[in-house]
Design a protein around this ligand. Sequence first.
Ligand SMILES: Nc1ncnc2[nH]cnc12
Ligand SMILES: [Zn+2]
Length: 341
Amino acid sequence: MSDLASKLIDNLPKAELHLHIEGTLEPEMMLRLAKRNKISLPYKDVEDVRKAYEFDCLQDFLDLYYLGMSVLLTEQDFFDLTWAYLERVHQDGLTHVELFFDPQAHTDRGVSFETVLGGLTSALEQAQREMGISSKLIMCFLRHLPEEQAFDALECACKHKEHIFGVGLDSSEKGFPPPLFERVFAKAREEGFVPVAHLGEEGTAENVREGLDLLKVERVDHGNHALDDPALTQRLAEAQTPLTMCPISNWRLKGIPTLAHSPVKKAMDAGLLVTVNSDDPSYFGGYLNDNYRAVYEHLPLVEKDLVTLAQNSFKASFLSDQEKQIQLDAIDAIVEKHRHE
Ligand SMILES: Nc1ncnc2[nH]cnc12
Ligand SMILES: [Zn+2]
């Protein structure tokens, strides 16, 4: 990799828009919390955990993801988890994050919504104060669970609107299409939450279309299979509906055979507002900058494309126009600095 590319990746301000906080649970912390909370896991050490992280599809990963998060019980656990992620990505030049959390995966185990939210928000507020990282929280509905449980989660969220910006939809995409969640998304929008959803990760272009038409999503998480459909691709390009793509995740879940098959470049060439993100970095072995490096090394991208991806991360965010401009100006300043080195 060129020296300039490497410096740009390290130093450009960037936003992460597709990040599941539960997917940042590193094996070391998982084992530490298991001990602290007296939870038994089927792993004897860190190496054993990492060895288990071989996935053939999304569901393989989800099974271990839900198992791993069973060690999270107290507000302090959720704080520690979130703080560790923020400290890690601060080193990557991250200045803004819009992060997903899965409350149903915790309330189902008897952990209260407030315990989860309390730990997350204190870490996020501390990161704003001490590291200058801004953030928004997006609460995801688990699509493999019934609509009724999604409504329960929404009712909890309505009591904490000052801390929750949007709603999302994640978990198993196959067999759980958008129409199942049309009503809960309508209610969530009515309550003022901004809608996004995982669409076209393992599901088809039709899922993406239904997400736009029925759930009225403002951003598409993944969206890889939208590119199978030229009319849909054109629609996304014209509306500049952002796609939050996750190259290393796609590769590790066998959505693509190699990183060279990542659709990031194809989507950029089609005029889409594409962003690069890590999804579940601890499970897939790569944080934000690792994903930037992966696309730069495996796709025919040039240095300028790295700048475009960093700019896109803010353009696609839910920051105000004024906040976006501050970040875009900071990117210009870094580009200018490196041009003169
Ligand atoms: N990549 C992903 N797809 C669907 N649900 C998820 N939950 C956490 N990561 C996910
Ligand atoms: Zn995801």
